[in-house]
Design a protein around this ligand. Structure first.
Ligand code: ADP
Ligand code: MG
Length: 331
C-alpha cells in the first residue's frame, strides 16, 4: 500500500515545483491575503509555504493528510473550465507527505490559544501537539523523495529545480495581485508583491522596473475580437525591445488557470512579427476567457498544456488583440 502510494506520488509530485504548486493553491483556496514561499536547495531540502488563511484545528489537520479527503466541493466554475489537474482532488497533502517529512502548523482564523502542529513522515502521522503559531497555516516539506531514491535521482541541479519553483510562484503572484506573495531561496528574497496593487504593480515586484515600465495594456472583448472561442483577452505585453531568449516569461492563463498553449503563443508571436529578433520572446501576462467546452485540457495535464477545438481561431484572436495594443503604441 505504501509502495503504491509512493509510486503514485512520483507520478503526480514530479519535483519540488509540483509540491510548491499544490501548497500555494491550498493557501489561495484558504482565502489567504499573504503567502510566503521559502525554499532551500531548489526545494529539495526544504519547502515552506506560510499563509494567513482560514487555518485548521486539530481535527481538520488530521483529516487534511488523510487519503482522498477534501473540504472543497468543486465549484461549478472549476467543473466547467476543467482546467484543474484531474485526479488530484484531496490528495496533495497525503501524497506529498508520503514522499517527504511534512510538518503542518495551523491555527484557525480568530481562534484563541495555541495552534496545532502535525508531523507526517513517509505516510504516517508521527506527532500531533499544541504549539504556538500565528493564525493561518505553515506547511514545511523536508527532504522530498528521501524514501524514493529513484525519483530523487531524477531531480536536476538546484538552479534548474529552483527555476521551476520560481516559475510556479511567479505565475500565482501575477494572477493574484491582491495577495501578497513572496519567494525566498536560500535566504535570498527573490521577489515580494505587496498584495495591494493591480497587475502592473505585481509585474513591477516580480520582474522589476525595466520590464514593468515597458508593459503595454491589452484589453479586448468579444466585439473587438475576430470570431472564435475567446470571449475576452486582457493583460500586459512588453515593448518588443524588452525581450528575453526564453519562453519562460510568457505567462498565459485560461479562465484564471496558468496554462501553456501553442495557439496562444503563436498568436502572440505573430503580433510582434519581425519586431523581435529570432528566438526572442516578450514578457507577457495574458488572461483569456474561454467557454470550458472549447478547451481540451488533456494534452499534458501535468504541464498544463491545453489545446482548443479551434486552435486557428484562437491564434487569430490573440494575434489581433496583441497587435492592436502594439499598434496603439505606434509599434
Ligand atoms: P484539496 O486541496 O484537493 O482539498 P489537499 O490534500 O491539497 O486537497 O488538502 C486537503 C485539505 O486540507 C483541504 O481540502 C483543506 O481543507 C485543508 N488545507 C490544506 N492546506 C490548507 C491551508 N493552507 N489552509 C487551510 N486549509 C488547508
Ligand atoms: Mg490542494
Amino acid at each position: 500500500e505504501d509502495t503504491v502510494a509512493r509510486i503514485a506520488a512520483g507520478e503526480v509530485v514530479e519535483r519540488p515545483a509540483s509540491a510548491v504548486k499544490e501548497l500555494v493553491e491550498n493557501s489561495l483556496d484558504a482565502d489567504a491575503n499573504r503567502v510566503d514561499v521559502t525554499v532551500e536547495e531548489g526545494g529539495t531540502e526544504l519547502i515552506r509555504v506560510a499563509d494567513d488563511g482560514r487555518g485548521m484545528n486539530e481535527a481538520d489537520l488530521r483529516a487534511a493528510v488523510r487519503e482522498h479527503t477534501t473540504s472543497k466541493i468543486e465549484g461549478l466554475e472549476d467543473l466547467e473550465s476543467g482546467v484543474r489537474t484531474l485526479g488530484f482532488r484531496g490528495e496533495a497533502l497525503h501524497t506529498i507527505g508520503s514522499v517527504s517529512r511534512l510538518t503542518i502548523c495551523s491555527r484557525p482564523r480568530g481562534a484563541d490559544g495555541a495552534g496545532t502542529e502535525l508531523v507526517y513522515e513517509g505516510g504516517d502521522v508521527t506527532s500531533v501537539e499544541p504549539v504556538g503559531c500565528p493564525e493561518g497555516t505553515t506547511v514545511e516539506v523536508e527532504d522530498l523523495f528521501y524514501n524514493t531514491p529513484a525519483r530523487r535521482k531524477f531531480l536536476k541541479t538546484t538552479a534548474t529545480e529552483f527555476a521551476h519553483v520560481n516559475r510556479v510562484v511567479t505565475r500565482y503572484a501575477l494572477a493574484n495581485p491582491d495577495v501578497a506573495v513572496s519567494l525566498t531561496h536560500d535566504d535570498r528574497e527573490v521577489f515580494a508583491t505587496t498584495g495591494q496593487g493591480d497587475l502592473q504593480a505585481a509585474v513591477l515586484s516580480v520582474y522589476g522596473r525595466e520590464v514593468a515600465s515597458s508593459m503595454i495594456r491589452v484589453e479586448a472583448d468579444e466585439d473587438e475580437l475576430p470570431p472564435g472561442p475567446v470571449d475576452a483577452v486582457s493583460g500586459l505585453v512588453s515593448h518588443p525591445e524588452t525581450n528575453r531568449s526564453s519562453r519562460e516569461y510568457l505567462a498565459t492563463y485560461v479562465n484564471g488557470r496558468a496554462v501553456t498553449a501553442d495557439a496562444i503563443r503563436e498568436g502572440i508571436m505573430g503580433a510582434y512579427g519581425t519586431q523581435l529578433g529570432g528566438d526572442r520572446y516578450p514578457f507577457v501576462v495574458l488572461f483569456l476567457e474561454v467557454p470550458g467546452d472549447a478547451v481540451d485540457v488533456n494534452v499534458h495535464p501535468r504541464k498544463r498544456e491545453v489545446r482548443f477545438d479551434d486552435d486557428d481561431a484562437v491564434r487569430r484572436q490573440i494575434d489581433a488583440a496583441v497587435e492592436s495594443a502594439l499598434l496603439e503604441h505606434g509599434l
